[in-house]
Design a protein around this ligand. Structure first.
Ligand code: UDP
Ligand code: MG
Length: 327
């Protein structure tokens, strides 16, 4: 691998009850690290494991100074564990991968190659995956929905397995929203992104720490975090109902005027007011939705833009621009 050894690559590895995987994971990472001509940093985030994971990590850290452990005070979930790792990382490139070896460490070599070729984000995209049919099906449905409604292009069939250049990590770290969908944020910041295809393996040992409940939470974070589509849906339905209610009003009036014998006393007034109020309420809710959407965006408080580079000699300007984008 090229690289003169003066630059560093950080591996970010979230750990939740991975005692069966840690020794083998470390072995494979170590083999990858020995081929890389970069300084290597391995950040293991212990996300409140209840098994022997922390002891295994501590033993690794005792004998290998490349190893850092961030021991979270309880289980905060995968996305926050990875966030803690990104916050602490110092490498010129940072690679996030699962610790159950579903993301084969050897693929990191390819990710680094693409980074050396000038890409800022190299995401590993699953060509195939060995998961349950249910997981495959729900994932496919989720990505289809996300692709339809999200404001940014979030590549399908990618998890958080990816390499990010330091500049990208610094930008992503400015996103401090609580319900985190990291891959959405990485798409949101932009930069030169490219995919590398890989075959996703089976989990080596242990069981998935992502039960259905957590999967839904993540899916909701993805859709609600990167789309206001559900909110705009309210006003769309409102206008639909309002249009229908006009038809209803016309029908009720027609009946009243031309077929009065078929109309019960008071019917016209009740029907017209129900339809009218229904449409009106939904439109009003839609207006509320518009404001809530704006409040939401303000509360998320994301950076307004991210800068790839500033050319020219306006060093002072550039500093101001960088500060402004941090506000
Ligand atoms: N993980 C974590 N906290 C959690 C759940 C999972 O840090 O609450 C880690 C886990 O150790 C693994 C990665 O996140 O390294 C992916 O989790 P898992 O393999 O259980 O998810 P799946 O592959 O089944 O979606
Ligand atoms: Mg897994």
């Amino acid at each position: 691998m090229s690289g003169d050894g003066s630059r560093n690559v950080t591996f970010v590895l979230p750990i939740y009850n991975e005692e069966g995987n840690i020794p083998r994971l470390y072995e494979r990472l170590d083999a990858v690290a020995s081929v890389l001509n970069y300084g290597v940093e391995m950040i293991f985030i212990n996300d409140g494991s209840t098994d022997n994971s922390l002891n295994l990590l501590t033993a690794l850290q005792d004998r290998d100074q490349r190893v850092t452990i961030i021991d979270l005070a309880r289980n905060f979930g995968h996305q926050l564990a990875v966030t803690a790792g990104l916050d602490a990382s110092t490498g010129d490139a940072v690679i996030v991968l699962d610790s159950d070896m579903q993301d084969p460490p050897e693929i990191c070599l390819e990710l680094v190659k693409r980074w050396e070729a000038g890409y800022d984000v190299v995401y590993a995209q699953r060509r195939t995956r060995k998961d349950t049919a249910f997981k495959k099906w729900t994932a496919a449905a989720f990505y289809r929905l996300l692709g339809r409604v999200a404001d940014v292009d979030i590549p399908p069939n990618t998890g958080d397995f990816r390499l990010m250049d330091r500049r990208v990590v610094d930008e992503v770290n400015k996103y401090r929203e609580h319900d985190r969908f990291l891959r959405g944020m990485v798409s949101h910041v932009g930069f030169k992104q490219v995919a590398v295809q890989f075959d996703r393996d089976e989990r080596f040992a242990g069981t998935s720490g992502y039960p259905l409940r957590k999967m839904f939470k993540l899916a909701a974070a993805g859709i609600l975090g990167f789309s206001t589509f559900p909110l705009t849906l309210i006003s769309r339905v409102g206008f639909g109902v309002a249009a229908l209610s006009i038809c209803g009003v016309l029908y009720a009036m027609y009946m009243k005027i031309f077929v009065p014998a078929a109309v019960v006393e008071g019917w016209t007034f009740i029907v017209i007011s129900i339809l009218f109020m229904g449409g009106l309420q939904l439109i009003m809710l839609g207006i509320l939705g518009g404001y809530i959407g704006r409040i939401y965006t303000e509360v998320q408080d994301r950076p307004l833009y991210s800068v790839r580079e500033i050319r020219g000699n306006a060093a002072r300007t550039s500093r101001r621009v960088e500060q402004a984008s941090e506000l």
